[in-house]
Design a protein around this ligand. Structure first.
Ligand code: HEM
Length: 450
């Protein structure tokens, strides 16, 4: 499918024949999505059924499609009827136009193939070596017996990870700090409600920051090519296709910038929410700690990580409630029929993994925190191939899934062996949902030595 053609045509905004309702001028229903996207989906489902129209920022009209059947039709996309590029063109595409998720068909396949070596087992093993010292140092710096905001702390840690693992930089160097600022500025541009290139605005600053990141990556490609660094940037510089050709500079820049974006906020959100659940369910914190203590080594190896089964269930259950990417988008490239609904060409579809993850048709007591639902005996996540999609599915399924799990396990291994995580008494925070789910108050925690 031609990527540019798919994007050049405007979105279909004639959704008159669908039930649903629109929100206020300019913001549409975006404020409700940010505040509680699951409630919004639930309200729409109850009032209008699984398919309904709604509008987002700039009153962009989209079709909310709820449930595994729609997730499968769009993400698995067996008839090649949906574009990811056109689905994200107005959001991620403004600052990461060359990102992997902004590509379809053959171009996407090529990118994905070039990226595979950076995510194979031997690459993951080499990242363990890079991650361990960063996590050790950052965990050693955390306040003890004194409340602090975990979200801020884990952000710093993962910024260091981005510098070291993605860019191959010493995380304490001036360049790493400079790039952190650049990266933060770009991402602010993604969530501003006013994505216009007006001088001094958040968005124009983000565009400039993206240019600076591009300049840094382009100027460093010749130095990295042929070097033996194990970081992702160097791996991309050395990646060759079947004919032995290197990736174009523009592709390397596009992939690395997008990888950092895709990895950073998602993992920050996941680890923050995991600590929230371990804090509110101390019995599970004890179980995870017992599992960790059983592993005799001082440092976790790649092989040890796969034995952390209960930790994995907790990870999965946390992402069931709060999948870091709460909303997924696709756009129909032709007229399609799903579950009896006729969806016109160029309609943007909005999917909600979080809503699907709480549908009582697919989950027992969905509002209860119950990690054992992921055990082989119960395997609730296998009741439908697309009822559990924290990492998406189909051709665009998250390429960093194993890296994210590994990173989280390594961090929890170190933290929970040393400390008990305590939350405030009767802690019951309000969660924000978009652009990433987390407690609004950034999760104040206290660490008590074991
Ligand atoms: C808990 C952490 C993470 C979650 C929940 C997550 C979730 C997702 C989801 C839902 C998608 C699919 C989006 C769609 O189809 O519309 C995706 C794609 C992607 N993710 Fe992740 N992600 C995580 C971590 C990471 C990490 C650590 C990396 C890189 C190291 C990464 C790189 C990517 C890339 C490059 C894509 C696009 C893949 C493609 O288009 O083929 N993600 N992720």
């Amino acid at each position: 499918m031609a990527l540019t053609k798919a994007i050049l045509e405007p979105d279909n905004s004639n959704l008159d024949h669908f039930p649903g309702e629109y929100g206020i001028p300019f913001f549409g229903k975006m404020l409700q999505v940010v505040d509680d996207s699951v409630k919004l989906c639930d309200d729409h489902f109850k009032k209008f059924g699984p398919v309904s129209k709604i509008d987002l920022v700039k009153n962009q009209k989209v079709l909310l499609c709820l449930g595994p059947e729609f997730n499968e039709a769009t993400l698995f996309d067996k008839d090649d009827s949906f574009s990811s590029a056109a689905g994200y063109h107005n959001s991620l595409g403004t600052l990461y136009p060359e990102g992997m998720l902004l590509r379809d068909g053959g171009m996407h396949k090529k990118t994905r193939r070039a990226s595979q070596p950076s995510f194979k087992t031997d690459a993951l093993k080499s990242y363990v070596e890079l991650l361990l010292p960063i996590q050790e140092k950052r965990i050693a710096e955390l306040p003890v017996n004194k409340e602090f905001l975990f979200y801020d702390a884990i952000q710093q840690t993962l910024m260091d990870v981005a510098a070291r693992v993605f860019l191959g930089l010493d995380e304490t160097s001036r360049m790493a700090k400079k790039l952190n600022n650049i990266f933060t500025t770009i991402n602010k541009g993604l969530i501003t409600p006013l994505p216009y290139n007006i001088p001094f605005s958040t968005f124009s600053r983000a565009l400039k920051a993206r240019e600076r990141l591009r300049a840094y990556i382009h100027s460093n490609i010749p130095k990295r090519r042929g070097s033996d660094g194990v970081d992702m940037f160097t791996r991309y510089c050395n990646a060759q296709d079947e004919e032995g050709a290197f990736l174009d500079d523009i592709d390397i820049d596009g992939h690395i910038a997008f990888l950092m974006f895709a990895a950073f906020d998602t993992t920050t959100s996941a680890l923050t929410n995991i600590l929230y659940y371990l804090g509110t369910h101390p019995e599970w914190q004890d179980k995870v700690r017992a599992e960790i203590t059983q592993i005799g080594n001082k440092d976790l190896t790649y092989e040890d990580a796969s034995s952390m089964v209960l930790t994995e269930y907790v990870f999965n259950e946390t992402l069931r409630f709060y999948p870091s990417v709460m909303i997924l988008n696709r756009r129909a490239t032709k007229d399609v029929e799903i579950a009896g609904y006729h969806i016109p060409k160029n309609t943007v579809l909005m999917l909600s993994p979080a809503y699907t993850h709480r549908m009582p048709e697919w989950w027992s007591n969905p509002e209860t925190f119950d990690p054992m639902r992921f055990s082989p005996e119960r395997a609730e996540h296998k009741r439908h191939g697309f009822s559990y999609i924290p990492f998406g599915g189909g051709a665009h399924k998250c390429i960093g899934m194993h890296f994210a799990q590994l990173n989280a396990k390594l961090y929890l291994f170190r933290l929970l062996r040393k400390y008990r995580v305590k939350l405030r008494e009767n802690y019951n925070p309000k969660f924000m949902h978009v652009h990433l789910p987390r407690p609004k108050d950034k999760l104040p925690i206290t660490l008590e030595p074991i």
